[in-house]
Write a protein that binds this ligand. Structure first.
Ligand code: NAP
Length: 271
């Protein structure tokens, strides 16, 4: 049996083992996929131990994506630009390769599962952490009209926008600067919903044609999804589809086959 795992802290809540078990069943792959809790200062040792014990690939989740970036011997273009790795694979020589499938997972969910488009659209990205870093290049590849990154710590949004300055119309600001603006898309890439926090941004940002997407997912509507509903958004989505799509991209990297995702998303949604 080939061994795979997700490494994080916390990790017990992760739906990745369930998702990859469905992919294995669907594709007839003989594999096991576990969840490994790494102590906060022990990511490197934990990952190295897993691969030394014949692990074939790993997903990396909060808070270790930057450490995984540092651990990898080589990086995909997306991971290099994002400065964050969510998937580790082995090359032919047994060296660790770092990838970032979060952005492509989100874009696939938006386009394929929700029938959305980012092309020529104005996009507000709330947050400038690891998830925001991972989605910017795949978003820019869709040729949006503009992207604005707004973050609680404005300097982080500014340095992120600076990194992508040559790739499109991309700017940065604080939440206070959003007064009087409206966007086609509002993407919540903050972790505020984890604590149930409502972001201090004006409700007028949302028009009746605005599509709102929270990267977080939960069994109940997230704080951001509830806020979007009150604001009258045209469509509201959470990150469950992104989670399954990024997992399918990891599976493709490891096994050379991209599993079907629709049924897996539906099953998770109703479980
Ligand atoms: P992160 O690196 O820790 O960044 C957190 C971001 O949230 C920062 O921009 C931070 O602002 C902001 N923030 C946190 N609490 C806030 C609050 N109360 N008010 C305003 N801003 C707040 O986390 P991450 O890895 O980017 O993850 C962000 C979210 O994306 C999480 O909910 C995660 O679960 C989700 N995610 C989902 C998927 C998926 O597949 N669906 C994949 C990746 C991530 P400061 O810079 O000011 O601290």
């Amino acid at each position: 049996m080939d061994k795979y795992a997700v490494i994080g802290n916390p990790v017990s809540h992760s739906k990745s083992p369930q998702i990859h078990a469905s992919f294995a069943e669907q594709t007839g792959a003989a594999l096991e996929y576990g969840a490994i809790l790494a102590e906060k200062d022990k990511f490197r040792e934990t990952a190295e131990r897993f691969f030394a014990a014949d692990g074939k690939g790993a997903n990396v989740t909060v808070p270790f994506k930057e450490e995984a970036f540092n651990l990898a011997n080589s990086l995909s273009t997306e991971a290099g630009k994002a400065g964050a790795v969510n998937t580790l694979s082995l090359d032919a020589e047994g060296k660790l390769c770092g990838h970032n499938t979060d952005g492509i997972g989100l874009v696939t969910d938006i386009k394929t599962n929700h029938g959305g488009s980012l092309t020529n659209k104005s996009i507000l990205v709330l947050g400038a952490g690891g998830a925001a870093r991972g989605i910017l290049q795949p978003f820019l590849d869709e040729n949006p009209a503009l992207i604005c990154i707004a973050n609680r710590t404005v300097s982080k949004a500014e340095s992120l926008a600076e990194l992508y300055r040559d790739s499109g119309d991309i700017s940065a600001c604080g939440f206070d600067d959003l007064e009087g603006r409206q966007y086609d898309w509002i993407i919540n890439a903050t972790s505020a919903s984890l604590q149930g926090d409502i972001l201090p941004v004006p409700i007028e940002l949302v028009g009746e044609k605005t599509w709102c997407y929270d990267l977080m997912y939960a069994n109940e509507p997230t704080a951001f999804c509830r806020w979007s509903q009150q604001a009258g958004a045209g469509k509201i989505m959470d990150g469950l589809g992104m989670l399954v799509e990024q997992a399918a991209e990891s599976f493709l990297l490891w096994r050379g086959i991209r599993p079907q995702t629709r049924e897996v998303i539906d099953r998770l949604r109703s479980s």
